[in-house]
Design a protein around this ligand. Sequence first.
Ligand code: PHE
Length: 461
Amino acid sequence: MSNNREQWSSKASFILAAAGSAVGLGNIWKFPYIAGENGGAAFLFIYLICIVLVGLPILNIEILLGRATQKNPVGAFKTLTDKPFWKYVGALGVFASFTILSFYSIVGGWSVAYTFEALKGTFSSFDNPQMAADFFNLKNSSPMWVIGWHTVFFLMIVGIILSGVRAGLEKASKFLMPVLFGILMILVVQGLMLPGADGGVSFLFSPDWSKINPQTFLLALGHAFFTLSLGMGAMMTYGSYLSEKDDVVNASYMVAFLDTVIAILAGVAIFTVVFSSGYDPAAGPGLVFHVLPPLLAQLVGGYIFALLFFLLLTIAAVTSGISILEVSVAYLVDELKYSRKKATLTMGMLVYLAAIPCALSFNLWSDVTLLGTGLTFFDAADFLASNVLLPLGGFFLAIFAGYVWGIDEVVRNLLIGDSGSVYFGNSIFKSSSFKSVFSFLIRYLSPVLIFLVFLYVLGWI
Ligand code: PHE
């Protein structure tokens, strides 16, 4: 174990950084549109079940693996078992980090670009979402525009990562997360005060069960992984900068709680505006880029609200983007003994280039689809990451914890560290009935659910 490896300065810093990773475009861009397309509250309900029964246990395992080994995903598995297979599971995480960042950075770039457009007051001249959609498509038809903003976003995350764990990741999250929360609260309050806001609230909270089908489960489970940053080693890597005295169970609760609350609040902020203007909540991925800018800009004080919204989106994207890139950087630092600077610049460059095909999916390569899937590079990267790589990573994590490392060892490790909280800390694992429930979730429920989802994705059920 290298003793010059950096650590978070406190558990609170870890929680903020990990919440920064979890709260991202997944919460503010994806969750609202997936919920919008899949019946609102009905989706929310299934999604919450997936978070509690699958997401939370796996989040504990992932952070714990990092803390116990003080290593990146590849190194973590290597430390705990000599079976070479598991090293490749770690490597799958590094690959997933590439895939995710290649489309994430494009959306991150849009968010930065839209913050500037909001600053210029561009949106106040849009009368309706169609105008905003035309604007979006026009901008995206220029490869230089998309690549340029992707570059700006990328430079931001590379800059933070270069500064290291404490001076970079920790400092950025400590400053940005409270700002994010403050902005979100302003937007929620203004949304709730709009006439017709209750339509948005009841869309999110009164379920229409007829909207639920097997596809809903697939989406909800995939999204639970995505939103909690699970299945590719981001939480493991962040966990590897924790010290043994920190309680993983308590930190996991906090991260899952913050992530869920922020997704719901983002849903409230967005759907109140959409409903009060009488628009369709099922607008798909364009919801925040097409529908929202004109609706926000037309409110009283709309200039500020539009600006705040895109600032919120940018902050969310940056604090998650850094955790995605950090996985591959930590891999090079731990395993190949690169300096942080060399690792960041190497991986940064590689992932930056890997994102170019996703950038071209909106213009030069909009007709290029992958191997008969009908998906562009951008859509394929999103699909592959959220519906295949992350659940697959989660599946292997559950198998590793449940059968290779073993539940006894997991629980013994979970019991190390103390949060001082009697209710939301690791002392719950002292109860043997809780331990059996946890064991059931990790050994049986999670792998089986994920497996079923795969069969469904492959079209076998
Ligand atoms: N959780 C992030 C979001 O919701 C995305 C992410 C996925 C980050 C995987 C890290 C790892 O936007």
